[in-house]
Design a protein around this ligand. Structure first.
Ligand code: DAH
Length: 347
């Protein structure tokens, strides 16, 4: 029996040394030490031995088992290390390969200009308000003193939703003047930026959807002087302290008196000519139109429940795209809406 055990030991150690994979090792463990294993088979015969021989054989058998177990552990450690090594080699990452570039987006140029304008007015105490783009004709026209039959209400200019022309896509942010005045008491000091819609074919200076920024100030003793100082202050912040402005009489149904504000052309300095050619920036005008404005018409005030004997106000409305084009020197309005990143990345 001793010889049997010795044989098991020698063969087992040799077999374990030859095992290369965790699976082969496990197979050997079962066949050597398992319930149906060789060692167990030998130990089952111990009962046949004499009482003197039994402890001696027991010792030998334990020593063989201990040797096999030690060898198993040793091989397991070696094989696991080799497996890990292989895995690491196979999954190696070359950290020196340059990564894919992640391009960061940034604020749209038109929003940059909008934000600048909002900041300037907020700094002067204005509150930003928002309102519906689907609007009642009452707010877009009637309450702004633009009667039935006025050319501005023409079906060829306005997107109407109903046959009776009572609901439309607002054509101007001036509708917000009425919405604010109907709901707030003076003093009122608001700025209302937003989208407006007109039936225009898209070209270099027109788009069926564009943005306006409406301003409204109503309080006691508001004068045209307040209007001029507010607008000149803001435009000089935007276009530079040496920008030259002028106010020119105009007509709007909802203001009286009404005016337009122009800025002297920065390219030709008001001469309308550059190197003997017609200035391409102002088309020879010498001036660039910035916005419409005026003193809120007394009829508009009283229509909103504000006493025109006690209160007065001024209002203005500017085109955001026009402001952005002027400030960022963009020549075609459509570029602002195309959202071609090659264009946007320039700002
Ligand atoms: N709503 C006018 C337009 O779209 C612009 C305008 C003119 C707004 C005079 C005003 C204003 O508030 O007082 O042409």
């Amino acid at each position: 029996m001793k010889q049997q055990l010795e044989n098991i030991r020698v063969q087992a150690l040799a077999a374990l040394d030859a095992a290369e994979t965790p699976a082969a090792l496990e197979e050997l463990r079962v066949s050597l030490l398992g319930k149906k294993g060789e060692l167990t088979a030998v130990l089952k015969q111990m009962g046949k031995l004499s009482p003197e021989e039994r402890p001696i054989m027991g010792q030998v058998a334990n020593a063989v088992r201990a040797d096999i177990e030690a060898k198993l552990e040793e091989r397991k450690a070696i094989i696991n290390a080799a497996v890990l090594e292989q895995k690491l080699a196979a999954e190696a990452i070359d950290v020196t390969i340059p990564g894919d570039e992640v391009t960061m987006g940034h604020e749209h140029p038109m929003n940059q200009v909008l934000q600048t304008i909002k900041d300037l007015f907020v700094g002067m105490g204005y509150t930003i308000v928002d309102g519906p783009e689907v609007e009642l004709s009452d707010y877009n026209f009637t309450k702004l003193n633009t009667e039935e039959g006025h050319p501005a209400r023409d079906r060829s200019d306005t997107f109407y939703f109903t046959d009776d022309d009572s609901v439309l896509l607002r054509t101007q942010t001036s509708s917000m003047q009425i919405r604010v005045m109907e709901n707030a008491k003076p003093p009122i000091c608001i700025l209302a930026p937003g989208r407006v819609y007109r039936k225009d074919e898209a070209d270099a200076t027109h788009s069926p959807m564009f943005h306006q920024i409406e301003g409204l100030v109503v309080a006691e003793n508001i004068t045209m002087g307040n209007l001029k100082s507010a607008l000149v202050t803001v435009m000089k912040q935007i276009y530079g302290q040496d920008a030259v402005m002028r106010f020119r009489p105009h007509h709007f149904p909802f203001t009286e008196p009404s005016c337009e504000m122009d800025m002297q052309c920065h390219k030709c300095h008001g001469t309308g000519e550059v190197d003997g050619q017609v200035c391409s920036t102002c088309h020879g005008e010498g001036w660039i139109e910035l916005l419409g404005a005026g003193m809120v018409h007394p009829k508009v005030l009283s229509g909103c429940g504000i006493d025109p004997e006690k209160y007065s106000g001024f209002a203005f409305g500017m085109g955001l795209e026009r402001m952005a084009m002027g400030r960022l020197k963009i020549t075609d309005l459509r570029l602002i809406f195309d959202n071609d990143v090659r264009f946007l990345n320039q700002f």
